[in-house]
Design a protein around this ligand. Structure first.
Ligand code: APR
Length: 231
């Protein structure tokens, strides 16, 4: 096996204290996603959107990577083949664990974007909807995060790697949101082996060739040891 493609979701950061979205106490049970994670919600109430992401940015800043993030960084370093780590997460825990090449398909809390001129710059810890864009000076600054109904980042690169991967691994994601939820079928149709590592198997039985259930901080290091042992 040469090429491994990994997709992570909020579940890999759950044990670092960052909320998931759809678990019983998840973020979408506390906030209405249409108000804080859509372009329409931002247009209606940018102050509320910044309040939501300022809170998530502070949580991410205070959180630490867990053993699952660290194991994936070790895999990137020690795996003799090629590896692509795609994450739906907007926190930087993969990078802080040492992963060098992380594809953030939903953007990052660390990024700011001007909704008027599309200029991008490093986000301050606390963003303010009235702050002027550093380039065009319009008060149109938003988090550089991909909202519902927006196009995720680097999709061509991801489609290409999924089409040629030998193994596709999904870690800590409910598989409820497309296009990420469709990667496993694309990989399987292209002949890849597929593995789900999740607290519990996703709802669609038979979607993955193999399932490892349990908390990521335990299951991911054990799986990385297994893969590196097999080589
Ligand atoms: N270890 C492993 N998996 C876990 C853990 C854990 N400790 N805790 C929770 N999980 C699993 C849950 O069982 C669930 O399947 O993580 C998954 C989290 O699913 P969601 O909350 O739906 O998060 P995610 O799949 O990342 O959401 C995808 O939806 O709202 C959008 O853009 C947002 O990127 C997000 C996307």
């Amino acid at each position: 096996m040469q090429h491994i493609t990994i997709l992570t979701g909020a579940g890999i950061s759950a044990e670092s204290g960052l909320g998931t979205f759809r678990d019983e106490d998840g973020l979408w049970t506390q906030y209405d996603l249409s108000e804080v994670a859509t372009p329409e919600g931002f247009a209606r109430n940018p102050a509320l959107v910044h309040e939501f992401y300022n809170a998530r940015r502070a949580n991410a800043f205070d959180a630490s990577p867990n053993a699952a993030h660290e194991a994936l960084a070790r895999l990137e370093k020690d795996w003799p083949g090629t590896l692509m780590l795609v994450t739906q997460n907007v926190d930087d825990l993969h990078e802080r664990a040492g992963s060098q090449n992380v594809v953030h398909m939903h953007g990052t809390l660390a990024g700011a974007l001007c909704a008027s001129c599309t200029y991008r710059w490093p986000a301050p810890r606390v963003m303010d909807h009235e702050a002027p864009c550093p380039k065009c000076t319009q008060p149109a600054t938003r988090p550089d995060i991909v909202w519902f109904d927006e196009v995720p980042y680097r999709m061509n690169e991801i489609a290409e790697t999924v089409a040629r991967t030998d193994l596709f691994v999904s870690i800590g994601t409910s598989g409820e949101v497309y296009p990420a939820a469709g990667f496993v079928a694309e990989a399987r149709n292209a002949g890849a082996d597929t593995l789900e590592i999740n607290l519990e198997a996703s709802r669609t039985p038979g979607l993955f060739g193999r399932v490892i259930e349990g908390p990521a901080s335990q299951t991911v290091p054990a799986w990385v040891d297994e893969v590196l042992r097999k080589g």
